[in-house]
Design a protein around this ligand. Structure first.
Ligand SMILES: Cc1ncc(COP(=O)(O)O)c(C=O)c1O
Length: 406
């Protein structure tokens, strides 16, 4: 007879499989042809013996394979060893961590920083520690799962405003004595940007803190990733696993906030510190991204090229100007089918389904990087247009005609 847990696991997995929502890992390997040919930096990997162009990575500047950064990790490990050996308040906090915190503060204008091993733990730690049942917190409808999980654990009263709607946010702020408003700089699944300056003004007016998850904006979005960030944003969470191409995260804010987190954030206190080698790497990657503005320029050119080619081929994008370019298909199974057909053509694109996105808004999440070559992007759009029409997903013109008949 099966145990209770075996029965529960089998039933849940069966239900997910039936709905086309089962998640499975894929083992990827490096493209050795790429490694021996330094001139081809285009993001590729091998899966089951076949090479794919990767349009599903958050390594927006292509930093994960830069030789100077590979060397920085190597040197960090030689200097400090491969691990931190303890939690930060025991003996896991080193000069490498401090140097990274100082660099992040110089870059953003915040007084102090605290490092975490991932953005997920930084967000949950921040929410759980900062808020309690006496707080009312308002958050954009589309904020990341780590923020929602942390807020739920905190016991705070959570109110959601319509995605990127200043009116909806203002209504909630006016009606409730709000401790903080939470949003993302660049939304991870839609690729659009929050109106940070306006939200900041609203927060000031209502004496609420503005907390921004900057995971997808840090090192790629100009405007407030500079010494002025702290003037607009009270608490900024930056992650190193996206545009910096490595791993880890930091919470940035006032010295009082960081001291409070050091004494109270359980994820910080009771967990092995980010390795000093990784801290040294994140510092090198931050400095590299600042010293190489041409990478941001190349990324912008690639985004512009992709959007122009999609417009010409009537491929219906969502209207994002960032590296994250979603194409909403709606049905989860059809989204998987389109992604699989693209893979058959050597193009690897993410198929994002509920619960990551709302039901009925399953989508392709196409991400561009500075490392893509123009030929990669041309091939991607040509295949997209072909696959969409073969699978029966309406292109822009057909969608417009359908809208006009509604
Ligand atoms: C908006 C946002 N915040 C936080 C995270 C978590 O960051 P990390 O991958 O470093 O855990 C992610 C990653 O998916 C994200 O998209």
């Amino acid at each position: 007879m099966s145990s209770l847990l075996e029965t529960k696991i089998a039933a849940r997995q069966h239900a997910l499989r039936e709905q086309g929502l089962l998640r499975q890992r894929k083992v990827l390997s490096v493209d050795h042809a790429l490694n021996t040919n330094a001139s081809t930096s285009s993001p590729r990997f091998v899966f089951e013996g076949r090479a794919y162009i990767n349009f599903s990575s958050n390594d927006y500047l292509g930093l994960s394979r830069v030789p100077e950064l590979v060397e920085a990790l190597h040197l960090g490990a030689q200097t400090y060893g491969v691990g931190s050996g303890a939690s930060p308040l025991v003996t896991g906090y080193s000069e490498a961590h401090l140097a990274l915190e100082r660099e992040l503060c110089d870059l953003t204008g915040h007084e102090a920083a605290l490092l975490f091993c991932s953005g997920f733990s930084a967000n949950t730690a921040l929410m759980k520690t900062l808020f309690d049942q006496h707080d009312i917190v308002v958050a954009d409808k589309l904020v990341h799962a780590s923020i929602i999980d942390g807020l739920q654990d905190s016991g705070a009263q959570l109110k959601r405003f319509l995605h990127n709607s200043l009116e909806s946010a203002e209504r909630l702020l006016a009606r409730n004595q709000t401790s903080a408003l939470i949003t993302e700089s660049v939304f991870s699944m839609d690729g659009d940007c929050a109106p940070i300056a306006q939200l900041s003004a609203l927060c000031r007016q209502h004496h609420a803190w503005l907390v921004v998850d900057d995971a997808h904006g840090f090192a790629v979005l100009d405007g407030y990733n500079n010494a002025d960030a702290a003037k607009l944003i009270d608490v900024q969470v930056v992650t190193f696993g996206k545009a910096l191409g490595c791993q880890g995260a930091a919470v940035l804010g006032s010295q009082a906030l960081i001291d409070f987190l050091v004494s109270n954030a359980r994820e910080y206190i009771y967990s092995t510190a980010l390795s000093p080698a990784n801290a040294a790497l994140a510092l090198a990657a931050t400095q590299y991204s600042t010293a190489h503005p041409e990478l941001q320029q190349k990324l912008l050119e690639n985004i512009t090229l992709f959007k122009r080619l999609c417009r010409e081929a009537n491929v219906p994008l969502l209207g994002s100007d960032t590296a994250i370019q979603p194409l909403i298909i709606g049905d989860a199974r059809q989204t998987l089918q389109v992604a699989e057909e693209l893979r058959a053509a050597g193009i690897w694109v993410g198929a994002i389904r509920p619960p990551t996105v709302p039901v009925g808004s399953a989508r392709l999440r196409i991400t561009l990087t500075a490392a893509h070559a123009a030929e990669d992007i041309t091939a991607c759009v040509a295949q997209l247009a072909q696959v969409l029409s073969r699978v029966g997903v309406p292109l822009v013109t057909e969608r417009q005609a359908a809208d006009e008949h509604r």
